[in-house]
Ligand binder design. Structure first.
Ligand SMILES: [Zn+2]
Length: 511
């Protein structure tokens, strides 16, 4: 039931901090990289992620010129395809796969157009006309800003995708901010980040790097939600080179055209297909263990789960969940995930231009995933929609429903004789609870996935405490990265404080 709307639908919507009308449509972007960066894994991760992000900014970006020396591709593409051909051709292929060439990407030996924005990756190049931005990412570190402030002599010698992906997300954000126009916030001038420490700096050398991810043993996990943040997390897992990564990913939704602006493992050929499918296809090609389940959490608990690895299958059948990651965006789904009561729970989310990741500790006074995420009043919405439809003529209903991609016959049957569990009721509920299509954009979703993966790897892979806070927020409007703690909601639907009190009080036998 895809709504007929374009790839640019969500990122051209209004959002706090952005101008009402786009300032620069159809920006022309040039990406340059020297031979050392272009032939390195870090450089290729950054450039491919950047092209993946920028081609999805349909409307704001019209063409991307790739100006790099001829080097061999050493990484797989996001969809898992591999070619050891020239990197520039691999980058060109991303636009064809992702958005059916809606943004033109081409390789060039010499500057062939007047670029509005030139992005120089890793090493500063001579500034041409227009704006020049510098981006570098290596290990757990990223830096984005003006070339005159750029750190010099960074060696792209790490295989970790986190730093390169963060640099790509930040600089794609700068292109976006210039296109949409800012009314609040600022452009980045000298913004360095360490995802290992949560530190920010104008320099590079004082930012602390963390350990390599390669060969790390992450325990198997459940990922709930295969939307933009779930795509981003899978994108990172694809390149993390962990020793034996295995994830079950659960989602009942399908891609529509508007998903393409932010779901970074999905291409235009995946529209109409279940969201878990593109993720499964890509991760399998990247040699990462993955099991996709198309359905809701409650269906997952009772379904046969054929093909799921036995350790995760046991967690589901015993209702004893260990490591769970929430990438969902509805209160009701968050309630369901908290209800699984996993031993470790992490989450990633976005709100307009703010990316956020959460760790939900089982500590008295700390917020759980249910806190501040009340379930939607779906029943009320359903009854309101039913009332509205009954006030229309059958012909008016037919027009309205067809516009929404819904078959009027099922709805008419339901209105004539309302019964629970019918197709008509399901279609009506789907329409009533459909999200109104809020602002969203790829680099923010990837930002949330990067913060989420950093938190997950730091704690689960390296046992590093979250001394900075359980909540990490990156605001793309101004580049601010902040850590904090979140106290429990007095009106928590799940009653986390009450539950923790009960657990922490010893019973007569224990005492
Ligand atoms: Zn709670």
């Amino acid at each position: 039931m895809a709504i007929a709307a374009g790839i640019s639908d969500r990122h051209l919507r209004g959002a706090e901090g952005l101008a009402d009308k786009p300032l620069h449509l159809a920006q022309r972007v040039r990406i340059t990289m020297n031979a050392v960066w272009a032939s390195s894994r870090a450089g290729q991760l950054l450039a491919s992620c950047l092209v993946n992000l920028l081609t999805r900014q349909v409307g704001l970006v019209s063409e991307i010129e790739i100006l790099i020396p001829p080097v061999t591709t050493v990484i797989r593409l996001a969809n898992g395809d591999f070619t050891d051909g020239p990197l520039e051709q691999s980058l060109v292929r991303i636009a064809a796969w992702a958005v059916n060439d809606r943004v033109k990407v081409y390789a060039s030996r010499a500057p062939a157009m007047d670029a509005d924005i030139t992005i120089t990756v890793g090493d500063s190049a001579s500034a041409g006309k227009g704006i020049t931005l510098f981006a570098a990412g290596n290990g757990w570190k990223a830096w984005v800003g003006a070339p005159e402030h750029a750190p010099k002599g960074i060696a792209p010698d790490k295989s970790n995708p986190l730093g390169p992906f963060l640099a790509a997300a930040l600089v794609a954000g700068e292109v976006f901010k210039r296109g949409r126009g800012l009314v609040r916030g600022r452009f980045l001038t000298a913004n360095g980040y360490s995802l290992w420490t949560g530190q920010q700096s104008t320099g590079w050398d004082d930012l602390q790097d963390g350990p390599a991810l390669t060969g790390g043993q992450l325990k198997p996990l459940h990922i709930i939600g295969a939307g933009a943040v779930g795509n981003g997390l899978a994108y990172i897992l694809a390149y993390a080179e962990l020793a034996d990564a295995y994830a079950a990913i659960i989602d009942d939704d399908a891609y529509d055209t508007t998903s393409l602006n932010r779901c970074l493992l999905a291409g235009h050929g995946d529209v109409g297909d279940p969201k878990v499918e593109a993720i499964e296809t890509s991760l399998k090609k990247h040699d990462v263990g993955i099991y996709g389940f198309e359905g809701t959490i409650s269906r997952y608990l009772t379904a046969p789960r054929t093909g799921l690895r036995s350790d995760l299958a046991r967690q589901a059948s015993d209702l004893a969940f260990d490591l769970v990651v929430s990438c969902v965006d509805r209160g009701g789904s968050r309630q369901d995930i908290q209800g699984l009561a996993p031993s470790s729970l992490f989450g990633g989310s976005t709100l307009r231009l703010v990316a956020r990741s959460d760790f939900y500790p089982d500590r008295p006074g700390a917020a759980c995933l249910s806190c501040f995420n009340p379930p939607e009043q779906d029943g009320e919405k359903l009854r309101a929609l039913e009332k509205k439809l009954r006030e229309l003529s059958e012909a008016q209903r037919s027009v309205l429903l067809r516009e929404q991609g819904i078959d009027p016959a099922a709805i008419e049957a339901y209105l004539a004789s309302p019964k629970c569990g019918t197709l008509g009721e399901a279609a009506l509920l789907d329409l009533a609870t459909r999200s109104p299509g809020e602002f969203s954009v790829g680099f923010v979703s990837l930002g949330a996935a990067i913060l989420l993966a950093s938190k997950l790897f730091r704690q689960v892979l390296f046992g590093s405490p979250t001394d900075g806070g359980d909540v990490t927020v990156l605001n793309f409007l101004n580049g601010g990265l902040q850590n904090s703690f979140l106290g429990a909601d007095d009106h928590c639907h799940w009653g986390c404080q009450e539950r923790r009190r009960r657990i922490s009080v010893p019973c007569d036998v224990c005492a």
